[in-house]
Design a protein around this ligand. Structure first.
Ligand code: FES
Ligand code: FES
Length: 553
């Protein structure tokens, strides 16, 4: 297929010339003629975009991490100085949309120095999904809207020029109408024909786009091709006379060149470079974000980041993605941390023969690994693997998707997280998941089994809830009480629910409901509803235990 691709590595110039670099970087206002070939010098100010929670999820493992893991990784991103984060592709489904919302709230409420972006196809509905997420979270989310740009992609999809132009124009206009910044992401840019790129760029910019993202989707380009493509793009922006249009670089690693091409892109003055934790992504992955941050620091283009923070980031990325850090990973690999550190670099730093040689992460307990455990949940044995510091609340909500147990204060004040552990009401936010290993746990999802629990019925009949946030915790405190005391006094009920705060119902009706349920349980009163059958059965329980990844050969 002679015209299946356009090769930016060879078809424009054939070789990299200093003039190309100088021209590109001069256009970016970052270089003088005397220093134009000093690699890395012009990357100063480049922003780093973390795509782990979007492109990184396309790694083939099929794992969409629990939201708790995503949130932990989000904080680690902020600690290593990531500027921009992709919070997902909300149009991928309800769970992705909800996670996008949750991550935006975390950025807002924890005041993380991260700018959120979200991905969309060049489809108006996808852009509208991001607009809704932005409105729900009350913060702007930049739209990164992607479309294939190479001839081979158009051939396989059956797309013609009119369709492409129409899709780009409508998506851009929709984002502008919603007041959101719009970036046109041209997938497979490094194999796209200049005429096609010119048309797509112009269409987007004329409709209001403020950013172009150039992609090496197949990991095809060499540093020469990067410089040529970026010089071309700058030329096109200038030719239109558009002001303030920024350029991103997004690369994959099929030839093992992604870190090199990302650094070249930064060197010739792109505004943002993308990466993923551990370079995880489709096929052999993306640019490794931690290596990008480390190298930009070594080149003086960004503030250096400590090894401890980069290793922590790698470990949280590995946990989120169910990935194994390779032994020979340059930053977080066990071989580097145990052998190379001891035999080379750190011994050079400390020449004292008696001084202990300590790797940057020495002291990290092996207990930082996930630990397998089992819960007896509503009669079913559920296996999972948890971090030793994970709470029972986090394990239930984020590892097992049992979100009936509420996360209120997360510090033992509100009782919203109450569950029943071996017959006793406990606060799941203050209970380590591993402390529940092998024990019997009841949550609001499991009480009553296949029947509607009388307590649930009575809360409804007595008007024992308004917003319902406290209700699962109330139900579990009441369950533990009635299981050990079938005939409680009002005073004993008061004591049993004294740790459960309700902000809207008031407690009288809740106590009424528990009294009524006790009578029904004793057979002294008829329940209004008792429906054996599957409608009231708890949802099937998931397990987060997955088979170990096969060793790479
Ligand atoms: S969330 Fe556990 S007591 Fe508030
Ligand atoms: S019903 Fe709203 S907090 Fe209790």
């Amino acid at each position: 297929m002679e015209h299946a691709i356009f090769d930016w590595n060879t078809e424009i110039e054939g070789t990299l010339r200093a003039a190309t670099l100088a021209s590109a970087a001069s256009d970016a206002g970052t270089v003088t003629s005397s220093d134009h070939v000093r690699f890395g010098l012009h990357a100063t100010g480049v922003q780093v975009v973390d795509e782990t929670l979007r492109d990184g999820l396309q790694n083939g493992s099929g794992v969409n991490p629990p939201i708790g893991h995503k949130v932990d990784l989000l904080h680690a991103m902020a600690r290593i100085g990531v500027d921009v984060v992709s919070v997902g592709l909300p149009a991928a489904g309800a769970r992705y949309a909800e996670d996008t919302h949750h991550l935006c709230l975390e950025i807002r409420d924890a005041r993380l120095a991260l700018l959120p972006t979200a991905a969309a196809r060049t489809v108006v509905a996808d852009v509208q999904g991001i607009a809704r997420a932005s409105q729900r979270a009350g913060m702007p989310i930049e739209v990164y809207s992607f479309i294939g740009s190479s001839p081979i992609r158009h051939y396989t999809e059956g797309w013609d020029l009119a369709f492409l132009v129409d899709s780009v124009r409508k998506s851009t206009e929709e984002a502008v109408r919603e007041g959101l910044s719009f970036c046109l992401v041209t997938e497979d840019t490094t194999r796209a024909h200049p005429d096609m790129l010119r048309t797509l760029f112009r269409t987007a910019i004329e409709a209001g786009a403020t950013r172009l993202c150039l992609c090496d989707t197949t990991g095809h380009v060499t540093p020469y091709g990067v410089a040529e493509l970026i010089a071309f793009t700058r030329g096109e922006i200038q030719a239109i006379g558009a002001k303030g249009i920024q350029i991103d670089w997004h690369a994959h690693n099929d030839r093992g060149l992604s870190i090199a091409t990302a650094l070249w892109a930064a060197s010739v003055g792109v505004d943002r470079v993308h990466g993923t934790g551990l370079g995880v992504g489709e096929r052999v992955g993306n640019t490794s974000l931690e290596l990008l941050v480390e190298n930009l620091g070594l080149l003086g283009a960004r503030a250096p980041v400590s090894r401890e923070r980069l290793i922590e980031y790698c470990e949280l990325a590995a946990r989120a993605l169910s990935w194994t850090i390779p032994d020979d990973h340059p930053i977080a690999g066990s071989r580097f941390r145990k052998e190379h550190v001891q035999s080379h670099a750190y011994r050079v730093v400390d020449e004292s023969p008696s001084a202990p040689v300590v790797a940057p992460t020495a002291g990290k307990a092996p207990s930082d690994r996930l630990v397998p455990m089992m819960l007896r949940l509503g009669g079913s044995e559920v296996e999972l693997a948890v971090h030793p510091r994970r709470t029972l609340l986090e394990a239930l909500r984020y590892d097992l998707d049992l979100i009936g147990t509420k996360q209120g204060c997360d510090k033992g004040d509100c009782g919203a997280c109450t569950v029943v552990l071996d017959g006793k009401a406990v606060l799941a936010c203050l209970t380590l998941a591993l402390d529940a290993d092998g024990r019997d746990v009841q949550t609001v999802e499991t009480i009553g089994g296949a029947h509607l629990d009388p307590l649930v019925d009575c809360f409804d009949r007595a008007g024992g809830g308004q917003c319902g946030f406290c209700t699962p915790g109330m139900l579990m405190s009441a369950t533990a009480l009635l299981d050990r005391n079938p005939r409680p006094t009002r005073s004993e009920i008061n004591v049993a629910i004294s740790g459960n705060l309700c902000r809207c119902t008031g407690y009288g009706r809740i106590v009424d409901a528990i009294e009524l349920a006790a009578s029904i349980r004793r057979g002294e009163e008829a329940g209004s509803i008792d429906m054996p059958g599957t409608e009231c059965a708890p949802p099937p329980l998931a397990s987060n235990t997955r088979p170990a990844r096969p060793e790479k050969s």
